[in-house]
Design a protein around this ligand. Structure first.
Ligand SMILES: *[C@@H]1O[C@H](CO)[C@@H](O)[C@H](O)[C@H]1NC(C)=O
Ligand SMILES: *[C@@H]1O[C@H](CO)[C@@H](O)[C@H](O)[C@H]1NC(C)=O
Ligand SMILES: *[C@@H]1O[C@H](CO)[C@@H](O)[C@H](O)[C@H]1NC(C)=O
Ligand SMILES: *[C@@H]1O[C@H](CO)[C@@H](O)[C@H](O)[C@H]1NC(C)=O
Length: 400
């Protein structure tokens, strides 16, 4: 018995004492203005108001550290589910897409889509009190958030077109926008999609498979709860703090974090020192309906609008099944970057996507790249940024 107590005491002692110096990443916990300012980059904060009343925060990096004028080519960057604009600064200074493009004549706009901690605001609804606030999926992000952001950016910059870079759900909403609001195709010089997520039914990500199989249960639980945030605001913050500790390099659990981030085959793309930076900003919050919509397209393997059930569908769509997003309607030049080791957006799903889209560029990454490596990999400069930049350069004509 006393041995157990001793072990217990040692662990508790460890947990109590370690957190005092568990922050080892020099930029962990910095608000975005300080993070950018520390390395000589400017920041502007913009509020974008959507047609349906959401107030979104967009962070703009108008130029890199070597110039004082605003860069020529606006690029709208859209994060994934539960993410935040700061992810385009991962895996840290000098590496992430945001820094890289800001130093090369691109005017960076990091939009925070509805529901994350920078964009928990609405003209009428209080996210903490009104469930209506959380009544959205990524469909609404594509149909309302993106048009509002694009119009705002084109007005501020006086350009006719912008570039688009979306990761994961950031690509899903690009496909929603370009199929549901076809007039926006003309405002996009090139839409780049990293780990494009539309046909994800073939995925073998165990968690998604499990939840996907029990979607009906999940859905009835969700109905019981009502429309809601996935993790209430303060819990998100708690998870971030906890994960910063758990995945700290000085902690034994860092190996577990390593395995999770380098799933499926331990390719070591993510430097463990980056975990603390990542968990300074994510998870950032999302709605249950967003996840449920993903589960629907996993289960049906059909990229379709939200399924409200037969009777409600009839009311919303005039048919019992939700209509599909017709990818053939996309006319903007579109690029797909995908990793062969991505277990969420697998090559089979990518092939389907490619076969349905016209006017595309495809960039395949074989260096053991999984879903998160596009933003988290220590090798992003060589593997992502350089090919991305040279592809974007081909489309810079005619945007003034
Ligand atoms: C930036 O501004 C300063 C003073 O306002 C000026 O001296 C300098 O030449 C400018 N640099 C560039 C790259 O435009
Ligand atoms: C949720 O949104 C849908 C579609 O926008 C709308 O028809 C429905 O009335 C909303 N439900 C609630 C409870 O606000
Ligand atoms: C906006 O761009 C147009 C076309 O390039 C130009 O004619 C106009 O002067 C610009 N307006 C401002 C305010 O810069
Ligand atoms: C998409 O294209 C089909 C024909 O291919 C057309 O009937 C439909 O109206 C288009 N939808 C939109 C939203 O433009």
């Amino acid at each position: 018995m006393s041995t157990i107590f001793k072990v217990f005491f040692v662990i508790v002692n460890y947990l109590i004492n370690k957190p005092l110096n568990f922050i080892s990443h020099p930029d962990a916990g910095l608000p975005i203005d300080e993070f950018l300012g520390k390395y000589g980059y400017p920041l502007e904060r913009h509020t974008v108001v959507t047609e349906d009343g959401y107030l979104l925060t967009a962070h703009r990096i108008p130029h890199g550290k070597h110039s004082n004028g605003t860069n020529r080519y606006p690029v709208l960057c859209i994060h994934g589910t539960g993410g935040v604009g700061e992810m385009f600064l991962f895996p840290g200074y000098g590496k992430g897409i945001g820094w890289y493009l800001a130093d090369r004549d691109f005017d960076i706009w990091l939009l925070n889509t509805r529901g994350n901690y920078h964009s928990r605001k609405h003209r009428k609804w209080n996210p903490d009190k009104d469930p209506e606030f959380w009544n959205f999926s990524w469909h609404e992000v594509g149909v309302y958030d993106l048009p509002a952001a694009i119009d705002h950016i084109l007005t501020v910059t006086n350009k006719s077109k912008l570039f688009y870079v979306g990761h994961s759900q950031g690509s899903t909403v690009y496909l929603v926008l370009t199929t549901q609001r076809p007039e926006y195709n003309d405002k996009i010089a090139l839409g780049v999609n990293l780990a494009p997520s539309a046909f994800i039914g073939d995925n073998n990500y165990l968690l998604m498979e499990l939840v996907g199989k029990h979607r009906l249960l999940f859905k009835s639980v969700m109905k019981g709860i009502g429309f809601h945030e996935v993790l209430p605001f303060n819990l998100n913050r708690l998870v971030r703090t906890l994960m910063r500790f758990v995945c700290s390099e000085i902690n034994v659990f860092v190996d577990v974090c390593n395995i999770v981030f380098n799933f499926p085959d331990n390719t070591h793309q993510v430097d463990p020192a980056t975990f603390q930076l990542i968990f300074s900003y994510v998870p950032a919050g999302c709605s249950l309906k967003q996840l449920n919509h993903y589960l629907q397209i996993v289960e049906s393997n059909s990229f379709a609008l939200y399924d409200y059930g037969r009777r409600e569908n009839k009311k919303y769509y005039g048919q019992v099944k939700p209509p599909i997003y017709n990818l053939e309607n996309i006319t903007a030049p579109t690029a797909y970057f995908y990793g062969t080791h991505d277990v969420i957006t697998k090559p089979e799903g990518i092939a389907k996507l490619i076969s349905k889209t016209k006017n595309i560029e495809v960039y395949k990454i074989e260096q053991g790249f999984n879903h998160v490596d596009f933003l988290f990999s220590k090798n992003v400069i060589e593997i992502v940024n350089k090919p991305l930049y040279s592809m974007m350069k081909k489309y810079v004509v005619n945007i003034d």
